[in-house]
Design a binder for this molecule. Structure first.
Ligand SMILES: Nc1nc2c(ncn2[C@@H]2O[C@H](COP(=O)(O)OP(=O)(O)OP(=O)(O)O)[C@@H](O)[C@H]2O)c(=O)[nH]1
Ligand SMILES: [Mg+2]
Length: 391
């Protein structure tokens, strides 16, 4: 599958940069393209300058709202981010459309951090613009949720997240949810290392996008997972995960013997890897709530057999009984078994629901506070009114 990737704001731009790096890797290692264009859109000049893989010209790094912000961002006001995106949306879309490989793309992926201003406000607006213009290409969004400490210290954070998520969900074909906090737990020593987190966020997409683009016979699986399967699977609230285990040739775990013990270990290794993919999903959710799912198994050709794929299918069906499950295999060289899992069309996601509830109560608190202030402004007059008079 080939994507046009557009990153908005600092977070979005950096993740788009990471996808541009993945495309170079795909070209170098596999001779294929998975990204037909990588763009960064921002109200902040400095953030655009800090990118490394997205081409540095103005046709790939797009400054918006220059007049309104003086090139310094919108300071976490996502309504302003949205307003600027509405004003400059045509410029953004025109720039993307005139890129060389535009027509080759199967879908769009728009990326942004939900808690900021620029990305949070502009991802939904541009998604809507694209949706109105391109009926034949799905519009996906990838929304990054803030670290816990950001929510604790700033009321605005939760509000931005809720409004961004709701708006993106309304217009886009799917919302990939990515929780920054998950990656802190996984790699605590690099707590502040966003670059490393971005690598982990983009990594599950690598084999997934490559699998359907392979041209070399030996890398084409028995069951190819292509753009069509992905498009059929990805809808609404969506999470993605990735697991990997080393295949130990020395111990002969994956040796093709007829010994029943080898077969048992082989299946066990497969389900363990799938467990790892599920426990490492980009946002914690309950697989029972997903209505569509897919898994891709990448491993040396002689290690993947029909039985393993089937077993994994049964295993995933057990976890996500209501989901329509698609699958594929992707023969690779090397010594690892990699499994990518997508759970999609989730009917409930606790964390997202909480953002909405918190924001609703925040809005009523703000309203009360506002009323309180108005009363205070009127001073003694207001309280005077409620005191019984003797006259
Ligand atoms: N994973 C990841 N998260 C990031 C990165 N940069 C910022 N964030 C997160 O994104 C949110 C802030 O959004 P930004 O992208 O900085 O904001 P912006 O879209 O540039 O908007 P303004 O700066 O307010 O104009 C916070 O939750 C950050 O933790 C990054 O490179 N990777
Ligand atoms: Mg910024």
């Amino acid at each position: 599958m080939k994507l046009i990737i557009v990153g908005f704001g600092q977070c979005g731009g950096r993740i788009a940069d990471e996808f541009a790096r993945l495309n170079r890797k795909a070209r170098g290692q596999r001779g294929i393209d998975i990204i037909t264009g990588a763009f960064a859109v921002n109200t902040d000049v400095a953030d655009l300058s800090g990118l490394t893989k997205i081409k540095p010209d103005y046709q790939h790094r797009i400054l918006i709202g220059g007049r309104k912000t003086g090139g310094h961002g919108v300071g976490k006001i996502n309504e302003l981010g949205a307003e600027i995106a509405r004003e400059d949306g045509d410029k953004v879309i025109e720039t993307i459309r005139s890129s060389r490989q535009f027509s080759e793309a199967d879908a769009f992926l728009l990326v942004g951090g939900a808690a900021g201003g620029t990305g949070s406000g502009s991802v939904p607006v541009i998604a809507q613009y694209l949706k109105e213009r391109y009926v034949d290409k799905p519009i996906y969004t990838l929304i990054v949720l803030p670290f816990e400490h950001e929510e604790a210290t700033e009321e605005r954070t939760v509000y931005n997240v809720a409004t961004c998520l709701k708006s993106a969900y309304l217009v886009a074909d799917a919302v990939f949810l990515v929780d920054n906090q998950r990656y802190v737990m996984k790699s605590s020593p690099i707590r502040s290392n966003l670059a490393k987190i971005n690598t982990l966020i983009a990594a599950p997409f690598y084999n997934l996008l490559c699998a359907g683009e392979e041209k070399k016979h030996k890398y084409i699986g028995a069951k190819i997972l292509d753009a069509g399967d992905i498009i059929q699977t990805v809808a609404g609230w969506t999470v993605i995960g990735y697991g990997q285990s080393q295949i130990s040739f020395a111990k002969g775990i994956f040796k093709r013997t007829r010994d029943f013990r080898n077969k048992a270990t082989e299946t066990q290794k497969g389900t363990q890897t799938m467990d790892e993919a599920i426990s490492g999903l980009s946002l914690k959710c309950n697989p029972i709530d997903s209505k569509r799912a897919l898994y891709l198994v990448s491993a040396p050709a002689k290690e993947v057999n029909v039985d393993l794929i089937k077993e994994l299918g049964t295993y995933l069906k057990g976890l996500a009984p209501e989901a329509i499950i698609r699958s594929g295999d992707y023969p690779r060289e090397g010594g690892s078994l990699d499994i990518t899992v997508i759970l999609s069309e989730l009917s409930d996601v606790e964390k997202i629901r909480n953002y909405f509830t918190k924001t609703i109560s925040l809005i009523s608190t703000l309203k009360k506070r506002q009323e309180g202030m108005e009363r205070k402004d009127k001073g003694i007059e207001v309280t005077l009114k409620d005191i019984p008079s003797l006259l």
